[in-house]
Design a binder for this molecule. Structure first.
Ligand SMILES: Cc1cc2nc3c(=O)[nH]c(=O)nc-3n(C[C@H](O)[C@H](O)[C@H](O)COP(=O)(O)OP(=O)(O)OC[C@H]3O[C@@H](n4cnc5c(N)ncnc54)[C@H](O)[C@@H]3O)c2cc1C
Length: 465
């Protein structure tokens, strides 16, 4: 825990850097030491503001069930700290190195989103350094335009320097029920039904057009079922475990310790690291996964495969958030035009106030489709990504902007409210101080993938950090 005074000094330093950059006529990007965004690293930008020092807890209040912290705290640190006090966040994005600031600014979520909305929805206060170096406290009552605007703004409205958040009482385990489904329609129906069942967590995986599994979790203290774990070298990757269950059972229940549940997809980065085996011509089996375990977590995969190796140029790595009534159409299009499996399904409570958020959609329930893999239909990946954008716009869906976006400015502003956004940028002096959300997330050229660069970065990240 770090003192209020030390925090104030760090914030003053950042405000001074913002002022200096503006005086030089620069529009810096925010760099925070790691990133799960699939685009050229912001640390390669000409002008950057470093916020890695904002990495301290300020206060956990057990009675009020709240935490105050700086934004470069990671999900692993947040879960560890809150569990010390018998508490957990309402929503825990599933990769342990996602940061609090990145999750708010990037509109991150996970399997409790159908109940609680996005990660940012249980924040109660943001401290933000705006474009003129002023330190503003934004809540639902004061500077509410900035408070709601921050979610999904990708650092384009100011620098987040402190976050207050509500928490929930923790339990030791998640009792997870796996329900096998026989197609897209069945999967959507089961998710809709389970959203009304009092569950704490819901997500799903489609392994093919005709087989998938919806996983429904409930927090519990009871120890009446077998316990599974997914983080050790000897454990199976979570998605392979779920695949095997759905092949053999119509319904299956087990317990997962709470922290293992939150980060169940870390080893294997869902299934993305499977492609690394193909690219490096390594057989994909239990033995190789066990031996290579030190390289198998998301942080290493990002550093090596996505950022240094540029393998995202050849893959589709996109999340499309649809209204539930359009989900089937989007899934059928994905099957016909990309043929990528597994697909991840996540029901979400739609956003009503955060206009830049990926789930700002008019519907009772939104459903996120995670499309991560090598297209199995003929085509050029870059063009297939643009076709996916065209379809997403046509069905009135949104995509999360951690992914590469190729929209023209006109297309982009047909999805997001340009006049509202520009007014907000002007009001908080961001226009001349930070790049816009379009500039930050737009990708023009896709760099060539390189196995050599990827391998070097993975070794360095595993053994030298
Ligand atoms: C294969 C894959 C699967 C994914 N699955 C999921 C998923 O299931 N659920 C989910 O929620 N997300 C998922 N993501 C996306 C991920 O959660 C988001 O990209 C999230 O925003 C990453 O957070 P980060 O800490 O890495 O931040 P970054 O990606 O580095 O940052 C996001 C934005 O926030 C800005 N930012 C960071 N800190 C600050 C600050 N202090 N002040 C102002 N701006 C700041 C950055 O400049 C950047 O523009 C997935 C991504 C991939 C590639």
């Amino acid at each position: 825990m770090d003192g209020e005074q030390a925090h104030r000094e760090r914030v003053e330093q950042i405000a001074a850097v913002v002022n200096e950059a503006r005086e030089r006529g620069e529009k810096p990007r925010i760099v925070h030491g790691s990133s799960h965004s699939v685009r050229p690293g912001d640390d390669e930008a000409d002008a950057a503001i470093h916020v890695e020092a904002l990495h301290h807890f300020i206060e956990v209040d057990e009675e009020e069930q709240t935490v105050r912290m700086e934004p470069d705290i990671t999900m692993r640190e947040l879960v560890n700290k809150t569990l010390e006090h018998g508490l957990i966040p309402h929503v825990v994005p599933e990769f342990p190195t996602i940061t609090v600031g990145g999750a708010i600014q990037g509109g991150a979520g996970e399997s409790s989103c159908f109940r609680y909305g996005l990660f940012g929805d249980h924040c109660t206060e943001f401290e933000i350094v705006t474009g003129d170096g002023e330190v503003v406290t934004a809540t639902r009552e004061q500077h509410e335009d900035l408070f709601h605007g921050a979610m999904g703004s990708y650092g384009s409205l100011g620098i987040l320097t402190e976050v207050s958040m509500d928490l929930l009482p923790a339990k030791d385990y998640v009792k997870l029920t796996y329900i096998t489904v026989n197609g897209f329609e069945d999967a959507i129906r089961v998710m809709e039904e389970e959203c009304e069942s009092g569950a704490d967590f819901i997500d799903g995986i489609m392994f093919s057009r005709d087989r998938g599994v919806i996983m429904v979790g409930k927090l519990t203290e009871e120890e009446d079922l077998p316990v599974s774990r997914f983080s050790r070298a000897r454990d199976e990757w979570f998605y392979l475990h779920a695949d095997s269950i759905s092949r053999n059972h119509a319904r299956y229940e087990e317990l997962i310790p709470i922290k293992e549940y939150f980060f169940r997809y870390d080893i294997g980065a869902f299934w993305a690291i499977k492609y690394g085996f193909e690219d490096m011509h390594i057989p994909f089996n239990r033995l190789t996964r066990t031996v290579l375990h030190p390289f198998m977590n998301t942080a290493i995969a990002y550093k090596g495969g996505i950022h240094a190796g540029n393998f995202s140029s050849e893959y589709i790595i996109q999340d499309i958030i649809t209204r539930q009534e359009d989900t089937l159409e989007m899934l059928e299009w994905t099957h016909d035009n990309l043929g990528i499996y597994p697909l991840w399904l996540l029901p979400l409570k739609p956003e009503e106030d955060a206009k830049l958020a990926p789930s700002y959609l008019e519907t009772d329930l939104a459903i996120n489709i995670g499309i991560w893999g090598r297209p199995q239909r003929d085509g050029i990946p870059r063009e297939q990504k643009q076709q996916l954008e065209d379809k997403q716009i046509a069905v009135g869906a949104r995509k999360t902007l951690y992914a590469q976006q190729f929209y023209t400015e006109n297309e982009f502003w047909s999805i997001y409210d340009h006049d509202w956004y520009q007014e907000l940028r002007d009001r908080y002096d961001a226009t001349d101080a930070f790049p816009s959300v379009y500039e930050i997330t737009h990708v023009d050229t896709l760099p060539e993938p390189s196995i050599r660069k990827s391998f070097r970065a993975m070794v360095k990240a595993t053994f030298l950090s």
